[in-house]
Design a protein around this ligand. Sequence first.
Ligand SMILES: NC(=O)c1ccc[n+]([C@@H]2O[C@H](COP(=O)([O-])OP(=O)(O)OC[C@H]3O[C@@H](n4cnc5c(N)ncnc54)[C@H](O)[C@@H]3O)[C@@H](O)[C@H]2O)c1
Length: 313
Amino acid sequence: MSIKVGIIGAGFISGIHQRNLALDQRVELAAIYDVDRERAGALGVDSVDELFARCDAVYIASPNTTHADLAVKAIEAGKHVFCEKPMATTVADARRVHAAAEKVKTVFQVGHNRRFAPAYRRVAELLHGCEAHCAHIKMNRGELLNPPWTADASVTGGFLFETPIHMFDMMRFQFGEIVGLDAREGRKDDFSCLIEFETGTYATFVTSADASWFFPYESLEVYGAYATIQTFEMESIEYRMGLDKPTMKEHYANLDVPAKWGFAEEDRRFIDAISQKAKAAVTSYDGLRSVEIACGCYLSAAEKRRVDLAPRP
Ligand SMILES: NC(=O)c1ccc[n+]([C@@H]2O[C@H](COP(=O)([O-])OP(=O)(O)OC[C@H]3O[C@@H](n4cnc5c(N)ncnc54)[C@H](O)[C@@H]3O)[C@@H](O)[C@H]2O)c1
């Protein structure tokens, strides 16, 4: 029997998930709800409750500040939930979602797609054989002008909840748990941060909202014992794993966006988890932690001091 999926939100990212799910024979796309009824198209329904009535699993693909309430509502309605990033835009809301998700046996996955991008998976593979000594991570945007809501914190929760939050999850994925950070905000939405991991490794992280669309917008440089790994967006990676080794370059530019950015794989893994009654590949705790890190950066920058992040209870 197919898994009936409903999607809340019919914008850009909804289109990507719709395309991936249409290719998965285990799935029937059953309903779409959008506040703008016309955008939902032929599968459009008039309310979230009507959508819940028609589906087993729900994708939350509406703007950031709507996620937490919708996620709790969907969990409590007994649905498997795929929640786009950020899981919430305050720590209190993220804890509320995590607590609700922990109480039930349904699958709850957060849309931190970078974990599934081939470029970042390759970095993780290389790091199995090489301890990271330190790293430098960048996540820039060109502007917060288009679309205009990208500069509206009542929609996004703030710049750090937009693209930078992806890299908070990416850092945990590559280097383990983050235990503390020290962030400064130069101008508005331009942050420089020192991040401490539980392994004792440190990384620097910079993010600028208006850096022009200069390639690569995001990159990861990792330094190990006589080794360097560098990513260029999710298009390619270069690495040298030893003084006697050549510099290697691997390209992913020929993949389509859903494969290259990890969207196809994250959707497949969500449906796998439902089918196999397994835990999600990116859990509500991962979602909570990314929100805690974003909020920690805002607090650290506002008070110009280091912020410790509580260990996992
Ligand atoms: N994982 C990623 O890489 C990635 C990429 C893009 C967007 N996103 C996330 O996906 C979400 C949507 O982003 P987008 O780029 O698709 O935005 P979008 O503006 O293209 O689409 C959002 C849609 O949600 C609808 N909407 C607004 N409020 C709603 C509500 N309360 N209930 C139902 N529908 C509502 C809008 O009418 C619009 O159709 C955001 O949270 C964003 O952060 C994630």
